[in-house]
Design a protein around this ligand. Structure first.
Ligand SMILES: [Ca+2]
Length: 149
């Protein structure tokens, strides 16, 4: 297994790999050009009804790639004054589009799509609606029953 620590810059990194056995080089040198993707920061903008700004430390944030696989997640994201920021997100590819999902308990989940830039990634979510009374992540008849009870 090969671990590489990446710096803050995006640059092609030419790697040369030699296989060794008992400190003797085996076979030919392998050239392995790698595209290193920097760590990404995403700023999150979230609002509530009536122009109020979202607040709290119980937000959940998920990033899906185009194959609908979760490539990043935060279980407890803090949003203050309608804004949150996540730093050091790894493995996002510049210029690729991702689906971002913001979840707050008892609110309906919100999603937005974001094409990743090197800098200034800002995800603006639609207004969070507090209608998920039974907290199952969707609006359904059961929420209405909860309301009537
Ligand atoms: Ca519900």
């Amino acid at each position: 297994m090969l671990h590489l620590k990446t710096g803050g810059k995006t640059a092609p990194l030419p790697l040369k790999i030699n296989l060794t056995k008992n400190e003797r080089v085996m076979g030919n040198e392998i050239n392995w050009p790698l595209e290193i993707v920097q760590e990404t920061t995403i700023k999150i903008i979230s609002r509530l009804l009536f122009g109020r700004k979202a607040e709290g430390d119980d937000f959940k944030f998920l990033v899906y790639n185009q194959r609908e696989e979760i490539v990043y997640g935060v279980e407890r994201l803090t949003i203050k004054n309608g804004e949150g920021e996540i730093k050091g997100i790894k493995n996002l590819i510049i210029s690729d589009e991702y689906r971002l999902v913001l979840i707050k308990p008892f609110y309906l989940p919100r999603q937005t799509f974001l094409k990743i830039n090197e800098n200034d990634n800002q995800a603006v979510f639609g207004v969070l609606l507090p209608f998920d009374f039974n907290n199952d992540g969707q609006l359904s008849f059961r929420d209405l029953l909860w309301w009537l009870n």
